[in-house]
Design a protein around this ligand. Sequence first.
Ligand SMILES: [Zn+2]
Length: 326
Amino acid sequence: MDRELLIGIDLGGTNCRLALVDGRGEIGEGSRLSSREFVDAEDLVERLALECRALMEHARRQGGRVRAVGAGVPGLVDGTGTVLTAPNLGILDGLPLGAALEKRLGLPVAVLNDANAIAWGEKIWGAAIDLDSFLALTLGTGVGGGLILGGRLWVGADGCAGEVGHLNVEAHGRICGCGSRGCLEQYSSASGILRSVRDALAQGRDSTLSQINDQDLSAAAVGAAARGGDALALEVLREAGRRLGQVLAGVANLLNLDGAVICGGVASSLDLFLPALNQELFARAFDRPARRMRIFAGALGDRAGILGAAHFACHPQAAWSARSES
Ligand SMILES: [Zn+2]
């Protein structure tokens, strides 16, 4: 590894991973915590600081030095590194995480939304290096979005841009945790896909998925069943793809992007739902922006968040809004 190092933090609702990252995007020593064990915000900050210090010491022993720390978090983050709201990790609400870690570590700390970190990782070291404008969609517990415009991360006037998971696809649809209903993430996230499966099974639909214990039911299991020819599994994945196509048609018309990068566990089933997605996209969007928008899976898998956060730590000017230019 290079001697000049960064620390990338991927703080999720369930797990928190930290790792040393070098200037070429190589991941080195790292550690993992359970996010559910954090007692409160103070405890979270202390334990992250402890892990960071251990990684800084590890880097020092290898003759290296940590320059900065970047953290991707599951919530909306303002331009100062304060978490505005984090529905899946409530102790982060209102926490000035960047300032708190900087004070303890004596290093620059950048905090950004986790989907933005993934988008930035794919832009710098992943599948979207050549794209000037794209939307990264992370299909996991929810649907996260990170928007790259002009080669930079568009965060909007308040740091809240890119929330594609909460665009509406069904006016009177499923109730969403954001307070609205019929949001994309209620249908196309891993959780949304499982809900569709459970609803269909409860209605007596025949499927090999009915033989799986409910707690073992996963988006990966749905993908495997679809590949094995299970009609319900394939139908549910196509429905998720159709909803994604509905939203991406609007995105294509609004922004005329170069591409859309599908990330997260569900991306491994992209080939199964891409035809349904494209059918919807081309039926709804103008032809030129629909043809322009290349749709493909991310290349970095679950490393994208750590890599993106780490790189962003030494390039915070990559995040922009019209306000940051003035
Ligand atoms: Zn919503």
